[in-house]
Structures are given as structure tokens and as C-alpha cells.
Design a protein around this ligand. Structure first.
Ligand code: NAD
Length: 364
């Protein structure tokens, strides 16, 4: 019997609907090839939801996400809603989604696509073959720790305070996600902390070391964050999977992503405690090119591949999509953002059609 999945689609704003259409068409091909029965249900978020209901994340949209096996999100935001106060803007919908689904683990791959290697600002020999996954804790650490605020001391001088705090259970759950993810890749995990200075990092390191006993097949190492930042640009090929806290992960995942040099190609995943995940491109809604059929749909398509790999445990289907993307690039096809001389320029829809044709030609 066909495996059945209910997928909630959140196309959002700007280029969101254009790139989402391509990803859905790709998933339909995957469904046929792998005997997977996808049921798609669509809900408004961001500016689209504000226009419809006055709220960036209507309760019905959140409920629909909860009642699904995975959520595929495109992007939200645009000039039209920029004048609204922060808690009513499209971005508030994204924060509401993260909180509402308790998305505590953010997975950001940085994989060099050989055909796009010259988009990287680093030397070819440094980045060739780079394939890193950064697992970042998303709902704890210094961004949420208390006390926080700006306080006046007795002398009247103001002090700004944030608190970096992690409990054992918060560390354990992100560690399990990271060890499991490492297992699906090269089985090497590097935990990044600042245990030479921070007590919170000492607890982090001891918990990760303890939990490693449950994953004897995964090779664990530890790095201080300053050294990790250096190593990422000096010799990035040494990394397979990296796990780190919220603040360090925010910085290192952006640095790792830029090893690849092309924002239109980067997917991401955020996983929740219930096992439900939200899969989305790293880029935003690109309002400057919305509706012009110029968007690169490949980060959205690769987000659908991440959904299959990390959300639905369908690694063969994920490989199939990723190989199809490599093939269209190998065939010299490019959207404007990754265009280089000698290549053929396509719009969003035509890139989607070319990918689908390539996928349909692959023999199972
Ligand atoms: P952006 O990522 O939308 O765009 C930055 C630049 O990259 C633009 O020139 C854009 O045309 C280009 N670009 C982005 N994605 C592309 C693609 N798939 N194909 C071709 N070109 C692409 O970032 P921004 O301009 O800073 O933000 C625009 C809006 O997106 C804002 O409202 C912002 O709040 C929102 N945003 C949303 C998310 C999200 O939904 N997760 C993330 C970042 C920004």
C-alpha cells in the first residue's frame, strides 16, 4: 500500500507561491516514482494571511500545520506590510509558527554544488566537496534566557543583561536530533561551545559527551566556537555535522551557508518536539522580483528534499530530488541569481519544467 502523508503548504508572500508551485509539482513526480500518496493542504501565513484575516498566523493555519505530517513553507514578508508594528507584521507569523510548533532544532546544510563552485568567494580547492550540516538549538540559550533587559543600577548607570542558560533536557533533545542527523550523513559530529570560559558550555559539553555513548557509530569531537569559526573558513571539509547552541549556531550557520555563495540554493529545516518539522528555503520573499517569473525555485525544491529526508524518513526520495537538481545544473540551466557565461537562462516556471522532465527520465 502507498505510504500516505498530509503536507501543509504555506506559500506566503512575494515569490513564495511561484516557487511553491514548482516544489509541489516535483513532489507529485516523487509520489508516482516512490509510491507515496501526498495530500496537500494550503494555509495562509504572513502578509497573505494579514490581507485575508488581519493576522499573520491565523489559528486555523497553525491548527492545520499541527494536523499534518510535515509543513513546507516558502517565504513571508514584503514592502506592503513594512509599515505595520512588529507584532502585526508578516515576520510575527514566522515566530508564532516556531513557538506554536515548538521548533527547537534548526538544520541548515551547506553543500557545495560542483556546478556552482565558482559562486563561492573561497578558493576552489578549499570548498570543493564541502558538505556540512549545522544543527542549531533554536528556542533556548541567550536569546530567551532570563533575566534579560536594561536595568538602572543604584548609581543610575544602565546595565544591559542577557542570560545564556541551557537545562540538561534542552541540551539532550538537540543532541539527539544532531546524533540522528549525523547518522544519516557521514557519522561525524562536532559539538561547538565555549567551555573554556562559560559554565553553561561546560554542562553542554558534559551532556553531549554522555549521550555519545548511545551513538557509538558516530564519531564525536568538540571545538571552541572561536576555533570553529576559523576552521570553517580555513578547512571546511573537516566538518560533517555540527551541533551548537542558539547564539553560536546563528553565526556559524550563516558563515557555513556562505561557503556555497548562492542564497537561491539553500534549504533549511526546523524540527519540533512532536517530530513535526517545517521545511523552508533560507532566503526571503524577494519582493523585488515577485510575480516576474525570475525566482530560483531550487532552494524550495531542496527544502522538499529535506522534508523527505528528515521529516518523513524517505532518504531515497530525497536523493532522487537532489540528484535531479544536480543534473539540471549539469545541463547548463540557470536562473538569473546563479547565471554565469555560457549557461542558459531560465525563468522560475521553465526551471521547474526542466527539473520535472529530468526527474521523469530517471530510471528507478
Ligand atoms: P531576500 O532573501 O528576500 O532577498 C535578498 C536578495 O536575494 C534579493 O535581491 C532577492 O531578489 C534575491 N533572492 C532571494 N531569493 C531568491 C530566489 N529564490 N531566486 C532569485 N533571487 C532571490 O531578503 P530581503 O530582501 O532581505 O527580504 C525580503 C523580505 O523577505 C522581507 O520582508 C523579509 O522580512 C523577508 N524574509 C523572510 C524570510 C522567511 O520567510 N524565512 C527570511 C528572510 C527575509
Amino acid at each position: 500500500m502507498a505510504q500516505q502523508y498530509r503536507i501543509t503548504l504555506l506559500p506566503g508572500d512575494g515569490i513564495g507561491p511561484e516557487i511553491m508551485n514548482v516544489a509541489v509539482d516535483v513532489l507529485k513526480v516523487v509520489g508516482k516514482k516512490f509510491d507515496i500518496d501526498f495530500t496537500f493542504q494550503e494555509a495562509p501565513v504572513g502578509g497573505a494571511a494579514i490581507d485575508l484575516t488581519g493576522e499573520p498566523l491565523p489559528a486555523d493555519s497553525l491548527e492545520m500545520c499541527r494536523n499534518s505530517d510535515a509543513v513546507l513553507l516558502a517565504a513571508i514578508g514584503g514592502y506592503k506590510w513594512d509599515h505595520l508594528p512588529p507584532n502585526q507584521r508578516p515576520e510575527a507569523g514566522l515566530l508564532g509558527l516556531r513557538a506554536g510548533l515548538e521548533l527547537f532544532a534548526n538544520l541548515r546544510p551547506a553543500k557545495i554544488i560542483p556546478q556552482l563552485i565558482d559562486a563561492s568567494t573561497l578558493k576552489r580547492e578549499v570548498v570543493e566537496g564541502v558538505d556540512i550540516l549545522v544543527v542549531r538549538e533554536l528556542t533556548g540559550g541567550i536569546y530567551f534566557g532570563k533575566p534579560r533587559g536594561i536595568f538602572a543600577s543604584e548609581t543610575g548607570e544602565k546595565r544591559g543583561v542577557n542570560t545564556m542558560v541551557y537545562s540538561e533536557s534542552e541540551i539532550d533533545r538537540i543532541a539527539h536530533v544532531a546524533f540522528e542527523a549525523a547518522r544519516k550523513r557521514g557519522s561525524k559530529l562536532c559539538s561547538v561551545d565555549k567551555a573554556n570560559v562559560l559554565d553553561v558550555s561546560q554542562l553542554w559539553r558534559s551532556r553531549i559527551t554522555e549521550l555519545a555513548k548511545e551513538y557509538p557509530d558516530v564519531e564525536l569531537s568538540h571545538l571552541y566556537v572561536d576555533n570553529a569559526a576559523m576552521q570553517l573558513v580555513r578547512a571546511p571539509k573537516q566538518f560533517d555535522t555540527i551541533v551548537t547552541g542558539n547564539l553560536f549556531g546563528d553565526i556559524l550557520s550563516d558563515a557555513a551557508a556562505m561557503l556555497t555563495g548562492s542564497i537561491g540554493m539553500l534549504p533549511s529545516a526546523s524540527l519540533g518536539s512532536s517530530g513535526l518539522g517545517v521545511f523552508e528555503p533560507v532566503h526571503g520573499s524577494a519582493p523585488d522580483i515577485a510575480g516576474e517569473d525570475k525566482a530560483n525555485p531550487l532552494a524550495q525544491v531542496l527544502s522538499a528534499a529535506m522534508m523527505l529526508r528528515y521529516g518523513l524518513n524517505q532518504p531515497a526520495a530525497a536523493d532522487y530530488i537532489e540528484n535531479g537538481v544536480s543534473q539540471v545544473l549539469q545541463n547548463g540551466l540557470r536562473t538569473g541569481d546563479i547565471m554565469s557565461s555560457g549557461m542558459s537562462l531560465l525563468g522560475c516556471r521553465a526551471m521547474g519544467d526542466a527539473l520535472i522532465k529530468t526527474l521523469e527520465e530517471v530510471k528507478q
